[in-house]
Design a protein around this ligand. Structure first.
Ligand code: EPZ
Length: 419
């Protein structure tokens, strides 16, 4: 099993271009099913989740090419045919459920198994299913599959019980190709929702309101071929900012959107980092011992992102003072904490709250990534720990970071991937 070996103590310095966002690319790949032609996506790294999403589309008959030099993904969806999506294809990625809406739109039926993904909580799909049923989709759950059929699509307005990112995206992709005018209320407001709206509208959809809690959709029949560049990954942006801060470095991130990490920038400034920004770049300098940011809690966007919770907790381990991190989105997102404690961190977890007592240093150790973001938090700890740290199970990290070892080495880290 592949692992990272890191020798801690190097300050990160230099410039990094931020890649397109995993959590934007995945729903956009699903949305490309609506187009009976070719969809071209630029600047898309082959995150392992992207490869798995492409495998699902290939099962439907999509012909997919990839050009490494430009990170261009080309999906030819001219001749898609109805197929059922097995558990083999769905069990590893949460995003597999995002194909339900587009398949119902194109084939008027779908047979799909249940999504998997990082073990960070129960991760139910009741909001997805209940919403489709309210719209008039018949859903029979049997033998580990959801058998779905479009009956008469009647209800036009759905109020989400949870501002679910995935459910908002799933419904957008179904409603935009159904007859009539629809509304999604209590919609998620993440930047990835806006990006999906922009992609679908570029294909010919009529969607407005993404980024607010009410999205209005007028169904259309035809979707044209399109070339699109998904937005920069705000979680990679945040991860790299924290990497610069934790190592006391001096880094510039390009091709990113500072507004998408506004809450994190405020926290890092409060802890003592100097940060300046332009429309599409962020410059961070950290040349002093950081102090605790006090208390933070994860919230739906524009609140502090749950996908940065593990990384900010690692930073708290070496800030002076005591920090409190409250996780409101997922029930089980502190599984990386025992691994940080192996490295000398002083953390107490009680339910969905972690109390961190800052230490002067951490020590290298053999640790195991429990999930995608918990795994990258261990890499950040390794960057500053005394001696060598081995991070095992990096398959989780490679779900959402492409050649992370190359990106960090470019900034001066002593890290290598051992296959
Ligand atoms: C998306 O997951 C992201 N994944 C997650 O990123 C991200 O953490 C999450 O949004 C929140 O921002 C992708 O886009 C592929 P939700 P999603 O539906 O859509 C519960 C990463 O590290 N819920 O907004 O699954 C759910 O269990 C990943 O890149 C239900 O109970 O998130 C969670 O506790 C991790 N029933 C909360 O709501 C439902 O039907 C928010 O989930 C739907 C959700």
């Amino acid at each position: 099993m592949s692992k990272y070996q890191i020798f801690g103590g190097k300050k990160l310095n230099g410039t990094l271009e931020i890649d397109a966002c995993k959590n934007s690319i995945l729903p956009i790949i699903a949305g490309s099913v609506l187009c009976k032609g070719v969809v071209k996506l630029n600047n898309c790294p082959l995150y392992s989740d992207v490869i798995k999403m492409c495998d699902i589309l290939k099962t439907l008959g999509s012909v997919i090419d990839y050009y490494q030099n430009t990170k261009t993904l080309i999906l030819d969806n001219t001749n898609l045919e109805y197929q059922f999506i097995s558990n083999e294809l769905t069990k590893d990625i949460r995003a597999s459920i995002f194909t339900l809406g587009p398949m119902l739109a194109r084939f008027k039926k779908a047979k799909i198994s249940y999504p998997g993904g990082c073990q960070i909580g129960q991760r139910g799909i009741s909001t997805h299913i209940n919403s489709f049923e309210q719209l008039g989709v018949e859903v029979l759950q049997q033998h580990g599959y959801m058998y779905c059929k479009c009956k008469n699509i009647n209800q036009k307005e759905i109020y989400l019980d949870i501002p679910s990112v995935g459910a908002t995206e799933n419904l957008m992709m179904f409603m935009c190709s159904s007859f009539g005018k629809f509304k999604i209320k209590n919609a998620a407001k993440e930047p990835e929702i806006v990006d999906l709206q922009n992609f679908l509208n570029k294909m010919g959809a009529k969607i407005s309101g993404a980024g607010t809690d009410t999205i209005t959709i007028i169904g259309v029949e035809k979707f044209s071929e399109v070339e699109y560049t998904p937005l920069a990954d705000r979680i990679i942006t945040g991860t790299m900012l924290i990497a610069g801060a934790i190592t006391g470095g001096n880094i510039t991130l390009k091709n990113c959107n500072p507004n998408h990490v506004g809450t994190l920038i405020d926290i890092l400034k409060k802890s003592g980092c100097k940060i300046s920004k332009t429309k599409n770049s962020i410059h961070l300098i950290c040349n002093k011992k950081l102090k605790s940011f006090g208390k933070i809690e994860t919230l739906p966007y524009p609140g502090f992102a749950t996908d940065l919770q593990s990384q900010i907790t690692t930073l708290a381990c070496i800030c002076s003072g005591v920090s409190l991190i409250k996780e409101n989105i997922f029930e089980c997102r502190f599984r990386y904490v025992p691994e940080l404690i192996k490295m000398g961190a002083k953390i107490k977890v009680n339910g969905n709250i972690a109390i961190v007592e800052g230490k002067d240093e951490l020590f290298g150790a053999e640790v195991y990534a429990p999930d995608l973001r918990g795994g990258v938090a261990l890499v950040l700890a390794g960057l500053i720990a005394k001696g060598y740290t081995t991070v095992n199970e990096i398959k989780y990290i490679e779900r959402g970071y492409y050649k992370l070892e190359e990106q960090l080495s470019k900034l001066g880290a002593d890290i290598q991937k051992i296959d």
